[in-house]
Ligand binder design. Structure first.
Ligand code: ZN
Length: 262
């Protein structure tokens, strides 16, 4: 695997020159730095800490095919993002889609889906048959035929999806009704914040290395009990078993995954 750190920088001439001595070329003023975890990173880390950049770094881990193939459970990381849920001005706490009566205004936890999602346009399905939506990180939408052959046999239920304004059901698209996992990952080392209003723990979505170990859930695809997200975002992780991943690969479904440790 390869772990990459990402920084938004706003450096002075002296800071730029310091990094140049160490072999890194950045612009004075706004720029970005992407660096792999390793010896060069260790050399510049003290400076990044001193300049206050280290605390706001973003990270991404890239996995080898073997690491992905050997995991028995994986996390959904993204596929095709097919636009924004509707109505546009109704997000992220959509009163159309969610019952927000128990929403915590501080951490964003507590919304419950009460209505189908609305889309601006009927999806134009090409080779991909799974998508997600902007702002919604823990719901998946699939081509109806794919749902019938791939997900329904695993006992996964679905929601209809509607066309915004016309208020009609989009016949070839469904949203997976993802059950909640009966098992939990070992998040003892994952950074979290506890909400001062509702007391719920929300974990950092940044995963360095493999995702923490989890016992295989009883569902082929499901959502975590735990929440993750920054600031006001509160989402769940989507777990997918290797068995389902392999079936999706056969169907040509391309998804980015994050493998869980064994
Ligand atoms: Zn809260």
């Amino acid at each position: 695997m390869k772990i990459m750190y990402h920084y938004y920088t706003d450096l002075t001439v002296n800071q730029v020159n310091k990094l140049k001595e160490l072999g890194i070329n950045l612009k004075v003023g706004l720029d970005t730095l992407e660096i792999e975890k390793g010896s060069l990173y260790e050399k510049i880390k003290p400076y990044l800490e001193e300049w206050g950049l280290e605390k706001d770094k973003a990270l991404r881990t890239y996995y080898t095919k073997n690491e992905l193939d050997e995991a028995s459970v994986l996390i959904y990381e993204g596929s095709w993002t097919n636009g924004y849920p509707q109505p546009d001005n109704d997000w992220p706490e959509s009163q159309t889609t969610y019952d927000v009566s128990r929403l915590c205004n501080e951490c964003g936890v507590g919304k419950v889906q009460k209505e189908p999602f609305r889309l601006k346009k009927t999806p134009v399905w090409k080779s991909q048959s799974v998508f997600d939506l902007e702002w919604v990180f823990d719901e998946l939408f699939v081509k109806k035929g794919t749902y019938e052959t791939l997900f329904k046999p695993f006992g996964i239920d679905c929601w209809p999806v509607m066309l915004y304004k016309k208020e009609i059901i989009i016949e070839d698209t469904v949203q997976l009704k993802l059950p909640i996992s009966n098992t939990s990952p070992d998040l003892s080392k994952q950074p979290f914040k506890q909400c001062s209003t509702c007391g719920i723990k929300k974990y950092s979505p940044q995963i360095e290395g493999l995702f923490p170990k989890i016992e295989k859930p009883e569902f082929a695809i499901c959502r975590s009990k735990e929440y993750q997200g920054f600031d006001h975002a509160a989402d769940k992780w989507i777990f997918i078993t290797q068995e389902l991943r392999q079936k999706m690969i056969v169907e040509g479904i391309k998804i980015d995954y994050l493998p869980c440790a064994k």
